[in-house]
Each structure stands twice: as structure tokens, then as C-alpha cells.
Design a protein around this ligand. Structure first.
Ligand SMILES: [Zn+2]
Length: 404
């Protein structure tokens, strides 16, 4: 397969898969079936892992021998919503202008998926000795949710791959580390009453304000204690405080307020310990306040708080000597790697025992934006890289080339 044909194939596959609206809230099964039948035409079997309701699936497939030690090309096929964004054309119909391709998901990250699929004929032609796997996931954009089922399936049932390339847009630079995250929600329940007499109730919004102030002070403390050698930007664990909802009217002491909060944790910081500090503060400083209403002799037991941890994304711990990073350095000649502050699926692969890096075409700056685009030049660069990967995977014991 000539490289120029590969480029044209990748672009036409990208146009096809962009046309499936796989916003995270939608089912992705039509696109999964589309990819499955594409692979099927080459005699490649797909392995699916579904969500609980069966409306979404991850796809795993292997080109080459069914053995351990392979390389995974990993990408999520869900996209962020276009709601409220000002697009100059319909976002799910890819268009080209100059040397750029536009459409929702083209850079984050269906472009990488299209490249992987376009090079299947090349992989088959080369008779791989080291397998190349595809891992395409759902619900990445809502907290790296879907890929967990795929990773569990691989770890429990399949020969374990050795290196994972998560093709999020990094402008084809190696990202060896990222922050982790924890997402929480605190529901604060006060005692409703008429606003004219605050002694009759307890105000959940005022209680929420205490939590907000505590989180703000905690943020400052984390910033003040930043490690001067921390490679991340910002170089410390940061607090998320993204949503607050409470109250019904100005003349009612509000019964319920919900605060969504969390943190983005630098590798090495103990996110659970930080979470527990906040939980302790809530238990000691907010719960009693809600229950103690002037007008009542007894504490109002129904008032109080409930804090739920609903998502944890592990960090990708930088490891310049990992198989994944050494592989890409070997193939590309790149001799350094960076870190980013957003989470990806790479940390989950690493946690499951597979070395992982983030390395993919296009810029993160265009991700999630209206008129999202990817430069065709980036697609070319990534195709060149996958060609090199294929040549490498066709050799005998190719990891020996760079692992002492
Ligand atoms: Zn992404």
C-alpha cells in the first residue's frame, strides 16, 4: 500500500466515522458495527465489551499473532456535545478547507482511529510477528468510563500487551505523564422555613458557602506547597469546583444545595487523603451546623450532608524508561517527553500493568471547540509513524532493539 493511498483511505474513513453522532450521551453501537464490519472484511475478529444497559460498546481487535507482548493503538470514539457551539457547517459532516479537515471529533480523536483502520491492509501484508491491537472505547469524555470494561477483559482473558499508545492529540509529541482526577458530589440538606425568621430553619446555601471557602483555602495551600521540581503546569494538585445548585426562591430558607467538586492530582499526591480532609471538614464544621436549629430543642437528624465519590481516573505516572515510551523514541527519534494536566485512558492501562504513553496527531487546542479541525499534515506524520511501527512489529523480537 502506497503512503498516499493510505492518506486518502484515512481521510475517507475519517469522513465516514465522523458522520456517526457518537456524543457520549448517545449509543455508539452503529459506529461499532461499522468498524466491526470493516475489520470483518479483512478477516479480523472484533471483541466487544458492553455497558450495563447494552447501548454502548468498546471494540478490541488484534492484527497478527494471538500472543502477549503486543502494541495497542487506543482511542475513544465518543465525542463531546456540539450544544450551544457556533459551527459554520453541520458538525457531523466532515469538510475540508485548505489543508485542514473539520468536524466534531476529527482531532479528538477519530482521526487517530481512522489512521489505525486505514493501515490494516499494510499490517496484514507485513505478516506481523508482534501483534498490533485496536482498543476503541465509549464514554471517555465523561470520565474514562467505558475503557475500564475493555481493560478488565484484556487483563483477565487475553495475552497481555506490552505497550499502549493512546492517540489523543499531542501534535505527535510524546506525553509520558498526566494528572489523575477524583470527582465528587456533596448534597447538603438543611431545614426549610420562611426567610423572615432564620431561627426556624438551617440554610443549605450558607452551609455550601463554607464548603466552597474551605476548598478555596485548600487550593491555596496546595499551590503554596508546590514542589519546585514538579513538571506539571500548574505544578500542584488543583481543585475542581464546577457546579452548585440550590434553593427555590428568595423568601424560602433553602433545604437542598448540591456542590460538584473534585481535584486533579499530580502523580505522587494522595488524592484520597485530600478527599478525606474535605470529608472531615464537612463532618465537623457543616453537619452540626445544619442539624442545630435555634427553634428546636433536639438536633434535626434529617438535616446533614451526603458526599459521593463518583469517578476516579488514575494519573499516568511518567516513566521515560517504559516500553511504550522507549518504543516511540526508537521509532521516531524523539528524545524527550512532556506531561499534561488533563486525564486520559493511559493511566488506566498503566494501572493494569501495560506501559502507556499519549501520542497522537493534531492539537489539543482544537479539541472540544466549534469548527474542530485536524491538519492533514498531522495525519501524514501519524501515518508515517504507524508505517514504522508496522515494519518494527514485523521483525523478530523487536523490543530487544531498545530494551537492555
Ligand atoms: Zn479525547
Amino acid at each position: 500500500m502506497k503512503k498516499n493511498d493510505a492518506l486518502q483511505t484515512a481521510i475517507s474513513i475519517l469522513a465516514e466515522i465522523t458522520a456517526f453522532d457518537t456524543t457520549s450521551r448517545e449509543s455508539n453501537l452503529k459506529l461499532i458495527e461499522h468498524i466491526q464490519s470493516y475489520l470483518d472484511n479483512f478477516g479480523i475478529e472484533s471483541r466487544l465489551t458492553h455497558n450495563d444497559t447494552g447501548t454502548k460498546a468498546n471494540l478490541w481487535a488484534t492484527v497478527g499473532p494471538d500472543i502477549a507482548g503486543g502494541v495497542v493503538l487506543s482511542g475513544h470514539i465518543d465525542v463531546v456535545p456540539v450544544d450551544g457551539q457556533n459551527w459554520s457547517r453541520p458538525p457531523f459532516t466532515m469538510w475540508q478547507s485548505d489543508d485542514k479537515l473539520f468536524g466534531r471529533g476529527v482531532v479528538d480523536m477519530k482521526g487517530f482511529v481512522a489512521i489505525a483502520l486505514a493501515l490494516v491492509p499494510q499490517m496484514l501484508q507485513q505478516n506481523l510477528k508482534t501483534p498490533i491491537h485496536f482498543a476503541f472505547s465509549y464514554d471517555e469524555e465523561v470520565g474514562c468510563v467505558g475503557v475500564r470494561g475493555l481493560i478488565n477483559d484484556v487483563a483477565d482473558n487475553l495475552p497481555l500487551p506490552r505497550a499502549v499508545i493512546v492517540g489523543e492529540p499531542t501534535s505527535m509529541k510524546i506525553i509520558g505523564g498526566h494528572k489523575g482526577s477524583r470527582s465528587l458530589e456533596t448534597i447538603i440538606r438543611g431545614v426549610p422555613a420562611h426567610s423572615s425568621d432564620p431561627r426556624l430553619g438551617s440554610n443549605s446555601i450558607m452551609a455550601a458557602a463554607r464548603l466552597v471557602s474551605y476548598l478555596e483555602a485548600l487550593q491555596q495551600e496546595l499551590a503554596d506547597n508546590a514542589d519546585a521540581n514538579c513538571p506539571f503546569d500548574p505544578p500542584y494538585t488543583t481543585i475542581d469546583l464546577g457546579q452548585i445548585k440550590g434553593g427555590t426562591a428568595n423568601n424560602i430558607i433553602p433545604e437542598f444545595t448540591t456542590v460538584s467538586w473534585g481535584m486533579r492530582i499530580v502523580p505522587g499526591d494522595d488524592g484520597e487523603a485530600i478527599e478525606n480532609r474535605v470529608r472531615d471538614f464537612i463532618a465537623q464544621e457543616i453537619d452540626p451546623l445544619l442539624k442545630n436549629v435555634d427553634a428546636f430543642d433536639q438536633p434535626v437528624e434529617i438535616a446533614g450532608t451526603q458526599t459521593t465519590l463518583y469517578n476516579v481516573v488514575p494519573p499516568l505516572v511518567p516513566d521515560t524508561h517504559s516500553d511504550a515510551e522507549q518504543l516511540i523514541r526508537h521509532l521516531t527519534g524523539l528524545n524527550n517527553s512532556g506531561v499534561v494536566s488533563f486525564g486520559t485512558e493511559a493511566g488506566l492501562f498503566q494501572q493494569a500493568g501495560m506501559s502507556a504513553v499519549v501520542f497522537g496527531p493534531g492539537s489539543i487546542e482544537q479539541a472540544h471547540q466549534p469548527d474542530e479541525y485536524i491538519e492533514i499534515d498531522q495525519i501524514k506524520t501519524c501515518i508515517d509513524f504507524v508505517y514504522q511501527l508496522i515494519d518494527w512489529a514485523a521483525g523478530e523480537n523487536p523490543f530487544d532493539l531498545f530494551i537492555e
